[in-house]
Design a protein around this ligand. Structure first.
Ligand code: CTP
Ligand code: MG
Length: 399
């Protein structure tokens, strides 16, 4: 995943927001030996989910992670598939860690920077959009806040000393976004004085920090229960269905390729690729389930890059799109429609081949073949048609 891909609006290029990800803490309140940012959640280290979330944001980059070099191997496993800047070593406090991250970004001269906790894996584009609007509107700094809904007490020795007026109180989240140069100066000026977030550093340095609505879903993992909740949310799935259809005409030749299997035949199927209508229908169904348009959009007709390529390459691209979306194939059902050749003997090989291309158990793949009783182009022996239905399990929160 490449951060900071140029994002051009109708009005011109957006200003880039660099990111500092604070990941050098010990996660003592979570317990469990391994710091929380490296704990596996829904199959990946928590930090990896946070980087994934940042990668889904337009105009964010470069990303600078601050970590403890002691955890070098865990760090490397967490950033696999992402392209953050080389990590910098954190300090004894979050504030010291962030300062090191900010210093490391100096050579990139970003306009804006947002500081984000590795422990918040659910950063959403809407929230970052609100921060950007505030900065573009002239704010020196801006943070997301949530209203305090519970009554707030100050306690001493397990006894209430005071009930605070919650009006005007707010809970601060990350990412917190600032004009880069201003925040760097503020952090340098405050080095040695202890603050728990960047807004406090900015305030101490005399900056005015604006607020925008936070996102209740943007939870911070602090306790072991939070890890369980993050796991539940990252695992939550919805089922999506896609369908596909394709047909190709017969031409002079001696074999056809259907569902990735070569079948000797007195004719071949005409087309730019191997004209595998089974795999083409399958890929269209996969794209359909993901809301990703159709074959033509991804593999334009006449594009030399695709000419002569086996259709298995198209499946590989669709599988790549699924991976990027964390989609899992539940099942694929393909129907091939032709009078000739006879396909029943080839069904087991097709099933095995399609399952291998999709990287799933063959039990999730079904191949059917039918003639049309002599009706239509297939019945007249003019070509072969394929249709497919695919169900995918995808993350429930599609952004
Ligand atoms: N952090 C950091 N450097 C530190 C301390 C904290 O980069 N010296 C990071 C943490 O990794 C975390 C974020 O700052 O992503 C917010 O801090 P917190 O939630 O307090 O995490 P920890 O300090 O790791 O946890 P704990 O306080 O429970 O030990
Ligand atoms: Mg801490």
């Amino acid at each position: 995943m490449v951060y900071g891909a140029p994002f051009v609006t109708g009005l011109g290029a957006m200003l880039q927001i660099a990111a500092v990800v604070a990941a050098a803490g010990r996660g003592e309140r979570t317990g469990g030996g391994v710091p929380k940012q490296y704990r596996p959640v829904a199959g990946r280290p928590l930090l990896s989910w946070t980087l994934h979330g940042l990668g889904a944001l337009d105009g964010v980059g470069p990303v600078q992670v601050v970590c403890d070099p002691v955890h070098h191997d865990r760090y490397s496993a967490s950033v696999e598939g992402f392209d953050p800047l080389p990590p910098v070593a954190g300090g004894a406090t979050r504030q010291a860690s962030v300062l090191r991250g900010l210093e490391a970004l100096a050579a990139h001269e970003p306009d804006y920077v947002m500081v984000h906790d590795a422990a918040r894996p659910f950063v959403a584009p809407d929230l970052v959009g609100r921060l950007r609007v505030a900065l573009d509107g002239g704010a020196e700094g801006v943070i997301p806040v949530l209203p305090v809904t519970d009554t707030v007490k100050r306690c001493r020795d397990k006894v209430i000393a005071e009930t605070l007026d919650r009006r005007g109180l707010a809970l601060a989240q990350t990412p917190q976004a600032f004009r880069y140069a201003n925040l760097l100066l503020a952090h340098r000026a405050c080095a040695g004085r202890e603050f728990t977030d960047d807004a406090a550093v900015a305030e101490a340095a005399g900056m005015t920090v604006a607020t925008v609505a936070g996102d209740a879903g943007n939870m911070k993992v602090t306790t072991a229960d939070d890890l369980v909740e993050a796991e539940r949310r990252l695992e939550a799935r919805e089922i999506r269905v896609g369908t596909g259809f394709d047909a190709h005409a017969f031409a002079k030749g001696d074999r056809v390729t259907l569902c990735g299997v070569r079948i000797p035949h007195g004719r071949t199927l005409a087309g730019d690729t191997d004209a595998d209508v089974g795999l083409h229908a399958l890929v269209d169904a996969m794209l359909g389930a993901m809301g990703e348009g159709d074959l033509g959009a991804h593999f334009p007709v006449g594009d030399p890059a695709w000419k002569g390529r086996p259709s298995s390459d198209l499946v590989a691209v669709a599988v790549g799109l699924m991976k990027a979306r964390r989609a899992r194939l539940v099942n694929a059902d393909i129907t091939l429609i032709c009078q000739r050749p006879r396909l029943a003997p080839h069904r087991p090989a097709m099933k095995a081949r399609v399952a291998a291309l999709l990287g799933v158990d063959p039990a999730r793949v079904n191949i059917k073949a039918t003639s049309t009783d002599g009706l239509g182009f297939a019945g007249r022996g003019e070509g072969v048609a394929g249709q497919a239905a695919v169900t995918l399990a995808m993350p429930a929160t599609v952004s």
